[in-house]
Design a protein around this ligand. Structure first.
Ligand code: BGC
Length: 380
């Protein structure tokens, strides 16, 4: 940024000094409630609107940046890589001062990031790491490995192998499970998988858990673009190929609520029960999407992972503000996220497992979803 943004900040300071009625606390200062514009534009590139978490992310980032006095150019790319590339190109051409990007394909934005660097525009990777570029200034995300651990843990709890407090449960198995992973071009998918598989491996080794399909690599388990229909189809294919002879299926590791709902549709369609109580296998998830939270409340999906997008948005705004003001953004991890070219300084947030009995304390009490939304399964 620095040239353009600093020039803008300088202009704001001049206004303050000349007694104009801006409410800023000083050059680049922000009292948190000021709404004066700083004449600085932040380009925010989000992957898709088909999943509600990204809509919440986009809305929260935009609102927070505007509250801090920045102009915001928020774009969604319909999960289409050329669309996202073109939208970012346009943000650069139109003079964005900083970019916040949640990549569709973490490896596909190198030329955009080169162009951003050439124009002195800093880039914050949002939730998903941008790979293969030295021009990623910062990464704000959740502890993605831990999310995978939590997903596997929720599966073990659902099977009764563990209790929700982490202590040993009464069930000894053996249990049959199937494994799903996210989109291979999303760096997060690999972290979720690693965290989950490290957690499940001892039980696979001891044969407490078995995978009758034999599909145990991330390549076999991956669902391109995190598509619900693709997950449903893969689950149906596995049921046909490996469960036709009455082999029971007890649980499914799913890394995202959209996939979970596709998987549940496949399971219900094959007559494996309508709720967990009447025999439906335990299915995990991620994102605390309202449709899945309602299913958890109804005893259909077993669990999800709550990643509070309000906190991620807030952290990205703090980071953007620090960079725009020429300060060092606060990192709490400078080792984990090697993007293939460099280790990107990161700020990692924590996540929580949502079970039926933690919907209210985690989601309703924090105002993420209302009790009415949980009951209806629809965001209001
Ligand atoms: C995000 C998840 C999300 C998934 C699909 C991942 O990169 O971290 O929260 O479930 O993308 O949108």
């Amino acid at each position: 940024m620095k040239k353009r943004a600093l020039a803008a900040l300088g202009a704001a300071a001049m206004l303050v000094l000349s007694g104009c009625s801006v409410t800023s606390t000083g050059a680049g200062g922000n009292d948190g409630g000021s709404t004066e514009t700083k004449d600085i534009t932040v380009g925010v590139s989000m992957p898709t609107q088909t999943s509600e978490r990204w809509i919440a992310d986009g809305d929260a980032v935009k609102a927070g940046l505007e509250e801090a006095g920045y102009d915001v150019d928020l774009q969604y790319a319909s999960d289409d890589i050329p669309t996202q590339s073109q939208q970012i190109d346009q943000m650069i051409t139109e003079g964005a001062d900083l970019l916040i990007v949640a990549a569709i394909d973490g490896t596909a934005l190198s030329s955009q990031l080169d162009a951003a660097a050439a124009a002195d525009i800093p880039v914050i990777a949002y939730d998903r790491l941008i790979r293969d570029s030295e021009h990623v200034d910062f990464y704000v995300t959740f502890d993605n490995y831990e999310v995978g651990v939590q997903q596997a843990t929720s599966l073990l709890v659902g099977l009764g192998i563990l209790k929700a407090d982490g202590s040993e449960g009464d069930a000894t198995g053996p249990f049959n499970i199937e494994l799903f992973a996210g989109s291979l071009d999303d760096n997060n998918a690999h972290f979720f998988w690693k965290g989950a598989m490290d957690t499940l491996q001892p039980y696979l080794d001891s044969k407490v858990l078995n995978v009758p399909s034999g599909q145990m690599t991330i390549e076999q388990a991956a669902i391109l673009r995190w598509q619900q229909e693709t997950a449903q189809k893969r689950m149906e294919d596995i049921l046909t190929a490996s469960y036709g002879n009455g082999t029971p299926l007890h649980g499914v590791l799913s890394p995202y609520d959209g996939l979970s709902r596709g998987i549940i549709t496949a399971l219900q369609g094959t007559g494996l029960g309508t709720t967990i109580a009447d025999g439906l296998p335990v299915v995990t998830g991620q994102d605390a999407e309202i449709a899945s939270i309602a299913l958890i409340d109804q005893g259909v999906q077993f669990a999800s992972i709550f990643k509070d997008t309000r906190k991620l948005a807030e952290q990205s705004i703090k980071t953007a503000t620090a960079i725009l003001e020429g300060d060092e953004p606060e990192a709490n991890d400078t080792e984990t996220y090697d993007n293939g070219v460099k280790v990107v300084p990161s700020y990692l947030l924590t996540s929580d497992i949502v079970y039926k009995d933690t919907i209210v304390p985690l989601l309703v009490d924090s105002g993420y979803w209302t009790a009415e939304e949980v009951a209806s399964g629809q965001a209001e």
